[in-house]
Design a protein. Structure first.
Length: 365
């Protein structure tokens, strides 16, 4: 349960009330590029596969992944891409053309920012070398769609620049993400550094009042850890296809929720993830089958952080060309220069306690 809770945290964060789901469904049915989904946004390879691939490659340890933090920079890069690179980025996002990027992300960001009762902050910044200039159309669209501020930086002074970037990330993530970038990540050959940050803080609609040390089974051993319990009326379902129990824990405001997916078999995590990777629609269907019932809920109290190589994950889902120094296809970002992505990484932190959830993620490219 612990690992699945972490994996699904961000993508299921805005699973909302019945009214909001119906409203969104009508919007989706009128859009030609939208695939059939009801509760999860399954457009694009990134949202379908990135978190599953990350989890399957880290079965021996706890992990947290923010597909949303990985999605936003891909959408931004697509504004300045062409040819094969553009095709890969659009398939990753799940839109059919460059012209669809603006309405897609403006609606997505607006929905994320409208979450009554919880705090969800999205921050985006472009650090550009002091000798370079952004293509005007790219700069204006990045500001309009992603609210990206642009900051001139001295890439010949990597220590100073790294300190400034890290200080900004800390300020945007309530001091949860530290040392996002190192001086070694910055070189005089760099033209632009993209930074995205997400911060979430939500209080449980039904706080946990009972905390005690209890037994927790991991895939490899049994541990004694702090567990927290509460009893109340919750949305719950079981999935035969996933051989799992699924629980919805609402936050104050009734719009944002945390979804926990618990394999029934003690060693059922690999099979569960493989099933979702093969057919994510199975999980989507399961979320449509919630019913209200009185439950005693017991989950771990924990705080976990993780850092991941996003380049490897991007390449696994088909986003490769932007890393090619000779033919990146990113020719409409910096004037008179074709840039490429040399590395991409993400840091994420989640703290789940008796009061609620605090989580943050930052992505650097």
């Amino acid at each position: 349960m612990k690992k699945i809770l972490l994996i699904f945290y961000v993508i299921l964060l805005i699973y909302g009330s019945d009214g909001r789901r119906k409203s969104k469904k009508r919007l989706r049915e009128t859009s030609s590029e939208v695939s059939s989904y009801r509760n999860l946004d399954l457009r694009g390879r990134l949202r379908k596969s990135l978190f599953v691939i990350n989890a399957l490659e880290n079965l021996a340890q706890n992990t947290i992944c923010s597909p949303m933090s990985a999605l936003l920079p891909i959408g931004k890069l697509a504004l300045g891409a062409r040819n094969t690179t553009l095709e890969e980025l659009l398939e990753g996002v799940g839109v059919i053309s460059q012209q669809k990027i603006k309405p897609h992300f403006k609606r997505l960001i607006a929905e994320l920012r409208y979450l009554p009762g919880v705090k969800l902050d999205l921050a985006s910044r472009l650090y550009i070398d002091q000798h370079a200039k952004l293509v005007s159309s790219f700069e204006s669209e990045a500001k309009e769609i992603f609210n990206s501020s642009v900051v001139k930086a001295d890439f010949e002074s990597p220590v100073i620049t790294a300190d400034k970037i890290n200080a900004w990330v800390e300020s945007q993530t309530a001091d949860m993400i530290h040392d996002m970038i190192s001086p070694d990540d910055i070189s005089p050959d760099s033209s632009v550094i993209m930074i995205n940050a997400i911060y979430f803080n939500g209080k449980w609609a039904m706080p946990f009042h009972n905390i005690q040390t209890s037994t927790f089974h991991t895939p490899s051993d049994v541990r004694r850890i702090l567990m927290m319990s509460t009893t109340g009326l919750f949305n719950y379902t079981e999935s035969g296809a996933l051989d799992s129990q699924i629980l919805k824990l609402p936050y104050v405001g009734g719009v944002a929720s945390l979804i926990i997916v618990l394999p029934k078999a003690r060693n059922g995590l690999p099979l569960l993830l493989s099933q979702i990777k093969l057919a994510p629609e199975i999980l989507d269907s399961a979320l449509a089958a919630f019913w209200e019932t009185t439950l005693q809920v017991t989950i771990p109290k924990f705080k976990i952080s993780a850092e991941m190589d996003l380049r490897k994950l991007y390449e696994r889902i088909g986003i490769k060309r932007m890393f090619n120094a000779q033919e990146s296809g990113l020719s409409n970002i910096v004037r008179e220069k074709t840039v490429f992505v040399s590395k991409a990484k993400q840091k994420a932190v989640i703290d789940v306690n008796e009061r609620g959830t605090e989580a943050s993620a930052a992505t650097c490219e």
